[in-house]
Design a protein around this ligand. Structure first.
Ligand SMILES: [Mg+2]
Length: 188
């Protein structure tokens, strides 16, 4: 399987609140590794919408959850870890997603086998590629605010188009990314 196929998520939803926890539990999933930036929190912020917070609390009750973020300082990971009383790690260098080190550490914290664990994130090249390589069930969410670096954004856009076509071939449609009005908003 080529690396491009490893960038194709198993499921696509608009936001985490659309993920059916009962359905995942019924399919035998027990663990959940969740990205932070633009998946749970808007990039650079410390705010969670009430509906999203509610979903997270239900997810934590039901699944063994670990947050996994590519960040050097991990301030938002720490903040969420305390708010939710859930394990979370920030990884960088050669442990960054999509590399395997962070996933190994996250799975040690959830205590679940990869095939019984779900990876949820907004980035094809880190969350989905890494999750698939590590053998997790991958769910792509649309970024809360698409305010990535311009270069990343263009590369991702092109990749996204290819992934969109592969998903369409499997009969899965991908929603358009979040609020286009936020597109050119400066990073916080
Ligand atoms: Mg992210």
């Amino acid at each position: 399987m080529g690396w491009l196929d490893l960038c194709v998520p198993d499921e696509v939803v608009r936001s985490v609140e659309e993920i059916d926890l009962d359905a995942l539990a019924a399919r035998g999933f027990a663990g959940m590794v969740i990205d932070v930036d633009n998946t749970l929190l808007a990039h650079g912020t410390f705010e969670v919408e009430p509906a999203r917070l509610e979903w997270m609390r239900r997810a934590i009750e039901r699944f063994s959850v670990c947050l996994l973020s590519n960040s050097i300082f991990g301030k938002r990971v720490r903040w969420l870890r305390e708010l939710l009383e859930v394990p979370g790690i920030s990884v960088w260098n050669w442990n960054r997603k999509p590399f395997s080190g962070g996933f190994r550490r996250a799975l040690a914290l959830t205590g679940t086998a990869p095939e019984r664990t779900v990876m949820i994130g907004d980035q094809l090249l880190s969350d989905i590629l890494g999750g698939n390589r590590a053998g997790l069930h991958t769910i792509l969410v649309m970024p809360i605010h698409p305010t990535e670096f311009v270069v990343t954004r263009h590369v991702n856009r092109r990749l996204e188009r290819i992934i969109r076509e592969r998903l369409a071939a499997r009969g899965i449609s991908m929603p358009e990314a979040g609020d286009e009005a936020e597109e050119d908003a400066p990073d916080a």
